[in-house]
Design a binder for this molecule. Sequence first.
Ligand SMILES: Cc1cc2nc3c(=O)[nH]c(=O)nc-3n(C[C@H](O)[C@H](O)[C@H](O)COP(=O)(O)OP(=O)(O)OC[C@H]3O[C@@H](n4cnc5c(N)ncnc54)[C@H](O)[C@@H]3O)c2cc1C
Length: 303
Amino acid sequence: MINRLIASTLPLLPKRFVWLFSRSYIAGETVEDAMNACQALNEDGIKTTIDILGEFIQNLDEAEKNRDEYLALIDITQSTGIDGNYSVKPTMFGLLIDAEACYNHIREIVAKARNYGNFVRIDMEDSACVDLEMDLFRRLKAEFPESVGLVVQAYLRRTLDDLKDLMDLHTPAVPLNFRLCKGIYAEHARIAFQRHDEINAHFLEDLEFMFRNGVYPGIATHDKALVDGALALIDRYGIPRERYEFQMLYGVTPELRRSLIEAGHTLRVYVPYGRHWFGYSTRRLKENPKIVNSIVKSLLLSR
Ligand SMILES: Cc1cc2nc3c(=O)[nH]c(=O)nc-3n(C[C@H](O)[C@H](O)[C@H](O)COP(=O)(O)OP(=O)(O)OC[C@H]3O[C@@H](n4cnc5c(N)ncnc54)[C@H](O)[C@@H]3O)c2cc1C
């Protein structure tokens, strides 16, 4: 109840106040802020994936601006020698307005990253986007087999079937590379598991499928039970260190992050930045008021 109230009140409050909630998990507004955040993470032995904030745009002019911003980001990141790749949200390039225009924009971004020997991951958005984003991935993977990855969401009832379908794109020489997360959007019980224990069980089932089939997973969670479950699977299947990585969000559960690095696992942090942090923060909180708890906890811990 209180979480829901805070989440729905935040958009009405002054931006400066909302920034108090947002600053611990957004790198800042500018590309320099993002570079500084990535540099600091790299110095701690952490890889990054950089995301420019923005999603669900209203017109295709915005899509072009977003594409240009990503193309500039890639040049800047590569010139600073940051150890990081890129994450993109297709609705930021007009996925729901003109899927072909969106494909062309993301294609340019992937081509640029590929020219630097780098990699772009397509984030998974709400359930209205899943088929479109899988199609997008299929097309890009055919042209840039080593330079593109996808996210899958363990809360969706369809995910294990999707993983099986996508295996036709997998080869041992160029394995599929999927980030596995729980899923952040509010989805109907018809299509998504709702209970924590059900989501966690499916997360581990999806991850086990990936390990058994040689897929490279980005294990994206801050849930200690899932981290422990993943470590148990890594042990059981004897998965070498270079065949998986853990991923976490900027500013979240730094102690858990540290324990994984100290144990020698690869860790990548998702670094979001940009002018659209206000819309992003308030929308995320409204979609999933439970996050309020986590943020309040992390605010208290950061004092
Ligand atoms: C690298 C990465 C990329 C992601 N990409 C996508 C994507 O493309 N599509 C998508 O739908 N979802 C994405 N997510 C979000 C994901 O789906 C979950 O909503 C989110 O990670 C919370 O789930 P959890 O596994 O950490 O478990 P939870 O049970 O939700 O959280 C476990 C604990 O982690 C901490 N925690 C979790 N989230 C936060 C937070 N935001 N702030 C502070 N503390 C927190 C809390 O202590 C909490 O108790 C991504 C997550 C990560 C880590």
